[in-house]
Design a binder for this molecule. Structure first.
Ligand SMILES: NC(=O)C1=CN([C@@H]2O[C@H](COP(=O)(O)OP(=O)(O)OC[C@H]3O[C@@H](n4cnc5c(N)ncnc54)[C@H](OP(=O)(O)O)[C@@H]3O)[C@@H](O)[C@H]2O)C=CC1
Ligand SMILES: O=C(CO)COP(=O)(O)O
Ligand SMILES: [Zn+2]
Length: 352
């Protein structure tokens, strides 16, 4: 008897392009959300973008509540939930990088309200996904949450963000190559649920980004357009899968470990990019495609070495040998790498 079923949650309105931030309230109006909006933002995006959205609401006689978060943590999520209750918010709007958007996403899931994603940086593919990613103690939780009901990505805002945030977003997309390899492996070895559609979309997104690498240049708004579309596409792949598997494999475990070992040293996307070079080496060996991943990263000015990430050898080796412990997610790392194997992978690929 056929008993399979799936429920794919996707955003309804996706606006990408020059100046779309000024149409934010118009796009939100179309969704028929009710009640007072609560804006969740972080310090810089508060200055850069949230004010413009608040003004649009003001023109309609609506005064949104605002919470400014400093870090991605469960306490911050709890704070937003409490603010939403005390301010009687009807829905949430996340304005910022991954931190603000993840927190708004997870709080709205808990409250059962709608959530709108307004990224100010093209720095990661969580801007549209139905996953929140939050560290806690020695682990990191990838939490299921409703995806945004709308995404409003203004390429002028994204292009004005520091260039490294955009290259981080590119690297997060390029890492899909190894994430999908790990997913297939986990499906073969552990019967992990796998979606061919989601995997194909995730890989195609990485292919298209690499194919357009020549147009990804500092100071060019078109770069933000290309990257924002790829981030949306990768987020959709995660929504189809119902997990972050198509965009998060061993290279993400490596990065999550770095967040513990060397917090705040480098951006999420940059760490996963470097992780991806080494994970590709583990999958395909010395003559494999790891050098193509490295070259793709280098061509968009993303880091390819420990040095460029601001890390030393020991930190990289520590993260590599302990990455398998951070979460119950089967990858090429299996039961873990020993010191010698880790050093070899990092040395052959030129990471250290
Ligand atoms: N849910 C998911 O599927 C995914 C989630 N993530 C999560 O996202 C987070 C990483 O995202 P990331 O965006 O790098 O982190 P942040 O939100 O911390 O943003 C990075 C930095 O950029 C600043 N910033 C944001 N927008 C602008 C702008 N327009 N101009 C100048 N500065 C700006 C922020 O300032 P300020 O400090 O003032 O806010 C911050 O210092 C991690 O927590 C990661 O786990 C990553 C990938 C996928
Ligand atoms: O960063 C992500 C995808 O790019 C989210 O993955 P995690 O589930 O590993 O947090
Ligand atoms: Zn990522």
């Amino acid at each position: 008897m056929f008993e399979k079923s799936s429920w794919i949650r996707l955003p309804r309105n996706v606006l990408i392009g020059h100046g779309v931030l000024d149409r934010a309230v118009e796009a939100i109006d179309e969704l028929h959300l009710t009640g007072r909006p609560l804006i969740v933002t972080s310090p810089t995006p508060r200055e850069i973008a949230a004010g413009r959205v608040i003004d649009q609401f003001g023109d309609r006689g609506v005064e949104p509540a605002v919470v400014v978060v400093e870090e991605a943590s469960f306490e911050a999520v709890q704070g937003v939930i409490e603010a939403a209750r005390s301010e009687e918010a009807g829905y949430l709007i996340g304005i910022g990088g991954g931190k603000a958007i993840d927190i708004a996403k997870m709080a709205s899931d808990e409250i059962g309200s709608g959530f709108v994603s307004i990224p100010t940086a093209a720095s990661h593919d969580g801007i549209v996904s139905g996953r929140g990613s939050v560290p806690e103690g020695d682990t990191r939780h990838s939490v299921a949450a409703d995806p945004p009901v709308a995404v409003i990505a203004d390429t002028a805002v994204l292009a004005n963000a520091p260039w490294e945030l955009t290259t981080a977003g590119c690297a997060d997309i390029i890492s899909n190559y190894t994430a999908v390899k790990d997913w297939r492996l986990a499906n073969r070895l552990q019967n992990v649920e796998y979606s061919e559609y989601s995997a194909a979309l995730s890989e195609m997104t990485a292919e298209m980004l690499v194919g357009n690498a020549d147009s990804i240049k500092r100071g060019l708004e078109e770069s933000s357009w290309i990257v924002a579309k790829a981030l949306v596409s990768s987020g959709v792949a995660m929504s189809i899968a119902g997990s972050s598997r198509p965009a998060s494999g061993a290279e993400h475990l490596f990065s999550h470990q770095l967040d513990r070992i060397a917090p705040g040293r480098a951006l999420h996307g940059h760490q996963v990019g470097v992780g991806s070079i080494m994970v590709e080496y583990l999958h395909s060996g010395e003559n494999g495609r790891w050098s193509a991943i490295r070259d793709a990263l280098a061509s968009i000015e993303a880091p390819t070495t420990a040095d460029e990430l601001g890390l030393n050898e020991e930190e990289v080796l520590d993260a590599l040998t302990s990455a398998h412990e951070i979460r119950d997610r089967y990858t090429i790392l299996g039961n873990g790498m020993n010191d010698r194997a880790a050093r070899e992978a990092a040395t052959v690929t030129g990471v250290i």
